[in-house]
Design a binder for this molecule. Structure first.
Ligand SMILES: Cc1cc2nc3c(=O)[nH]c(=O)nc-3n(C[C@H](O)[C@H](O)[C@H](O)COP(=O)(O)OP(=O)(O)OC[C@H]3O[C@@H](n4cnc5c(N)ncnc54)[C@H](O)[C@@H]3O)c2cc1C
Length: 275
């Protein structure tokens, strides 16, 4: 089998979430497949080693976006177009709508899912800082149980998560967010670019929350920076703490030095937007 070919690969197509979870348990290991926008890139590059897939695309219950009590509940299969169109997202989590608008082009927005972005675990994933700053909870389900993992504990290292092989990400729960939400992505160009630095934050009376992507092996909540601001640090002091707190690398997209500088600039801008 050549790695870039779909011959000799198997696709299981469950009719319900319960079916999907049973297949994961009984017929695994299986690789979940949602919009396929990340998996297809790997296929195209000839790096896709997995051979058995579980197609989630038709599982409509996982596409719902709704209010659950005071929280916002977003199904893992919600696409970027769904997020942009959702009045709940626009009202309760506008920084997620802002992130979704900047992801790929319309084709990617129609196919790419929030669950795929999170599960793919790239430190450059644009929805990740939003979920981190919003104190989201990842809902994981298997045939045995449903467990809720704080988003900020979901990643354990570069492209590693706490998801077990028999679990699917079924959705995300976001508690009410108080304060002004802020999202900014910096890439090589204005659109259709992978982030060099991506920042999401909440600026409110209760303090500041800030999360960054592409500046460490996983998305990071800048907790030391948040604490410094809470203690009354000046913008310049907060920038210094942030610069020390993040651990960017040099890679094909950018240099560590550039990322540090941009992250500090974005922090200053976020704070300047304070009401
Ligand atoms: C041209 C192009 C532009 C892009 N631009 C951006 C961009 O600007 N910003 C950005 O962040 N990303 C971008 N991406 C990456 C990609 O579109 C997103 O990461 C997308 O959200 C992936 O979702 P998907 O449903 O297509 O995932 P898939 O490709 O189907 O799956 C991705 C990974 O997640 C796993 N997975 C999917 N759903 C689940 C689930 N429910 N439970 C457990 N595991 C699951 C799969 O097994 C796989 O490992 C781009 C991709 C392309 C091709």
């Amino acid at each position: 089998m050549t790695l870039g070919s779909i011959a000799h690969r198997t696709l299981l197509q469950p009719r319900s979430v319960a079916d999907a979870l049973k297949m994961l348990r009984d017929e695994g290991p299986l690789t979940p497949l949602a919009g396929c926008t990340d998996l297809y890139v790997a296929l195209n590059f000839g790096t896709l080693r997995e051979t058995r897939f579980l197609d989630l695309w038709r599982l409509d219950p996982l596409r719902r976006i709704e209010r659950r009590g005071r929280a916002l509940a977003i199904g893992a299969l919600a696409t970027y177009s769904d997020l942009i169109a959702s009045p709940h997202v626009r009202r309760m989590l506008p920084m997620l709508a802002a992130a979704a608008r900047e992801i790929g082009g319309v084709q990617i927005q129609n196919r790419g899912t929030i669950g795929g972005n999170v599960a793919n675990a790239s430190p450059a994933g644009d929805t990740l800082p939003v979920l981190a700053a919003a104190d989201a909870v990842v809902v994981l389900q298997s045939t045995r149980a449903t467990r809720r993992v704080p988003f900020n504990e979901f990643y354990t290292g570069y492209r590693r998560t706490v998801r077990r092989d028999d679990e699917l990400i079924v959705g995300f729960e976001i508690p009410p967010v108080r304060g002004r939400q802020w999202f900014r992505k910096v890439g090589t160009r204005r659109a259709q670019a992978i982030s060099k630095v991506v920042v999401a934050g909440v600026v409110g009376d209760g303090g500041v929350r800030v999360a960054l992507g592409s500046v460490a092996p996983t998305v990071v909540r800048a907790v030391r920076t948040e604490a410094a601001i809470a203690r009354g640090a000046s913008v310049a002091e907060a920038q210094q703490v942030l610069t020390d707190e993040i651990a960017p690398i040099d890679d094909v997209r950018s240099t560590a030095e550039y990322r540090r500088r941009v992250a500090a600039n974005l922090l200053a801008r976020m704070l300047a937007d304070r009401p």
